[in-house]
Ligand binder design. Structure first.
Ligand SMILES: *Cc1c(COP(=O)(O)O)cnc(C)c1O
Length: 385
């Protein structure tokens, strides 16, 4: 066998940098970031172990506890939402543990898949895409199952535009198994849709900066209940980067064990200030009102929602692409001609639905314009409603 001599790598011939367009970005993350938050990122770099960063991390962590509604520390990691899913699994369980994954769509499935990859024994309770988890069906299924250590679920299923009734589900699970570790993926809901971590007695909640937090992608936030921290002590799953105990210990000095994503924290700091100025209830109300508006406009156009009325999400609306219209072509036209960016469907819903994100930073005008442009393009594509 001859070993080929390695060639030196030539200077790459790539397209030159192009300006980033200013769009009406209406996908369920990343979401539009307000100018003040973007500008915050342009500040000079500082020592992530110095007093200035400590002040920021302290402020951000404390304010996050308010938005999570928890007395537990909220840990932050440089990661996306999927990192939150992995972090929860790695910190709570040991290989072979039996967990139940309630799934109503793509992100519920991803969490179940991660649990399986980590060696958990996963029982899935699945519901059709477009529907929420029915607490009665869940209770019935739990009764039939052998002992389980945890239950994984999505608060807001971004792939289908459905919000689960976590409060009722958690209460029902708790009645059945007082020690169950209830893990809630709140990536596309926390900050926008009510979730009370301590009062609802859920054990782990995580979210991502690019969804409802008016911040660029890159910070994952996660909190564990006392029950979760107890479980963490004996959880044998291998972990290093995502280790809770290490991260909590460092947080006592308002630091991270690794190099903090300093610029993202400048952003999140400003975004949280803006969110507090608006008020938690006012933010919830704005999302509720906008969710209603998008659904009402869609129905008035003659479009069909994937989710049923009662469980439709206030952060993302999934709409069925009308018969005879090519989803990709429609979204391309909207993007290129109207600068309105919508999301397509995931997995088996690709080409069948499209999604309008209405979370984080938006005005009534942004959303009205989105629906106006959508309506006009649908007519252009021959949709009569
Ligand atoms: C976006 C999202 C994720 C995954 O987040 P990434 O940032 O893309 O890794 C997980 N769960 C839900 C509910 C989401 O909306």
């Amino acid at each position: 066998m001859t070993i080929q001599a390695k060639k030196s790598i030539p200077v790459p011939q790539v397209e030159p940098r192009a300006p980033i367009p200013n769009q009406n970005l209406r996908i369920p993350g990343p979401t539009v970031v307000p100018a003040e938050v973007l500008e915050a990122q342009a500040q000079p770099m500082i020592n992530h172990r110095g007093p200035e960063f400590a002040a920021i991390l302290r402020r951000v962590s404390t304010r996050l506890q308010y938005f999570f509604q928890t007395e537990s520390p909220v840990l932050t990691f440089p990661a996306s939402g999927t990192g939150g899913q992995e972090c929860a699994v790695a910190n709570l369980f040991s290989p072979g543990d039996h967990v139940v994954a309630i799934t109503i769509g793509a992100f519920g499935n991803r969490l179940a898949k991660i649990a399986t990859i980590y060696g958990l024994n996963v029982t899935r309770i699945e519901f059709p895409w477009g529907q929420p988890a029915d607490p009665d069906v869940v209770a019935e299924r739990l009764n039939e199952l052998p002992a389980y250590k945890g239950v994984l679920m999505t608060h807001n299923e971004t792939s289908t535009g459905v919000t689960n009734d976590v409060k009722t589900l958690a209460a029902s699970i708790r009645r059945h198994n007082p020690n169950a570790l209830i893990v809630v993926d709140a990536v596309s809901s926390l900050g926008c849709i009510p979730l009370e971590m301590d009062q609802w007695d859920v054990d782990t909640v995580f979210t991502g900066s690019q969804k409802g937090w008016m911040t660029p992608p890159g910070i994952m936030m996660i909190a564990g209940s006392q029950r979760a921290w107890e479980a963490n002590k004996t959880a044998k799953m291998p972990r290093f980067y995502f280790d809770w105990a290490n991260t909590r210990k460092k947080l006592e000095q308002w630091q991270h064990p690794i190099t903090s994503p300093v610029s993202l924290f400048y952003s999140l700091d400003v975004a949280l200030e803006m969110m507090l100025a608006e008020g938690r209830d006012a933010i919830f109300e704005r999302h509720q009102r906008t969710g209603n508006y998008v659904r009402q406009r869609a129905r008035a156009m003659g479009l069909q929602l994937l989710a049923d009325h009662e469980h439709a999400s206030n952060t993302v609306t999934a709409l069925l692409t009308p018969e005879g219209i090519n989803t990709k072509a429609l979204l391309k036209k909207l993007r290129e001609e109207d600068h309105v960016v919508l999301a397509g469907g995931q997995e088996h819903l690709e080409g069948k639905i499209f999604r309008v994100g209405h979370l984080g930073f938006f005005t009534d005008t942004d959303i009205a314009e989105t629906m106006d442009k959508l309506e006009a393009r649908l007519h252009e594509f021959g949709f009569k409603g």
